[in-house]
Design a protein around this ligand. Structure first.
Ligand code: DGI
Ligand code: FE
Ligand code: FE
Ligand code: FE
Length: 189
């Protein structure tokens, strides 16, 4: 899919604010691709598409989980955790985007996972640090990325802060979120 087609797809589907977030994630991902030597086109495309299913109907999302054999553990969660895996599936099977790194980047952007691919890491982080994000600690992550250039440490810090905030709100934790935390806890330097 060309960038222009992806932009139109997302603009027609998502509310204006979410569309603008998607563009900022894509642009942040391209900037990061320059630092970490990733494919800029793929980063841009994955960034634009990552939240495509953010507001899809939950019942329809569960149908995708079943039909495409996605992780059945997702059925215990809501759209917060489902929108990535479902959007990745739609892009692969309904829009013919075959690239595996784009698939994983969209699919894992909320929970992360152990041993992410480079583009997958970039989207996971770009979603957290795009310029309009204001959560406490986000500037520390921006420093890790743009000054220290330590992507794995940035991922670790994001998973740590995400887990902390979920626990504080008594939210259920998806296994992959914890697996991601454990993995990057051990590989970070
Ligand atoms: O779609 P975005 O708002 O751009 O961001 P996102 O897809 O990264 O995250 C959506 C939400 O999902 C965010 O508020 C954090 C939450 N989340 C991440 N991991 C888990 C989770 N929620 C639950 N309940 N469990 C998790 O393991
Ligand atoms: Fe998202
Ligand atoms: Fe995220
Ligand atoms: Fe997002």
């Amino acid at each position: 899919m060309k960038h222009k087609a992806a932009l139109k797809l997302v603009k027609d589907k998502l509310p204006e604010k979410r569309y603008e977030h998607s563009v900022r994630v894509a642009e942040t991902a391209v900037k990061m691709a320059g630092i970490f030597e990733a494919d800029k086109d793929k980063c841009y495309l994955a960034g634009i598409l990552h939240d495509y299913s953010k507001y899809d109907d939950l019942g329809t999302m569960y149908q995708y989980v079943t039909k495409y054999n996605l992780d059945p553990a997702l059925l215990a969660f809501n759209s917060e955790l489902l929108h990535g895996p479902v959007a990745a599936t739609i892009m692969r099977f309904e829009y013919g985007i075959e690239d595996e790194s784009i698939y994983f980047a969209i699919s894992s952007h909320t929970s992360g996972r152990p041993q992410m691919l480079l583009i997958e890491k970039i989207i996971y982080v770009a979603d957290y640090i795009e310029p309009d994000r204001k959560q406490p600690g986000v500037d520390k992550i921006r420093d890790l990325v743009f000054e220290e250039k330590n992507l794995d440490l940035a991922i670790y810090e994001i998973t740590r802060m995400t887990l902390k905030s979920l626990l504080k709100k008594n939210r259920p934790i998806y296994n992959r979120t914890i697996e991601c935390y454990n993995y990057y806890n051990m590989v970070k330097e």
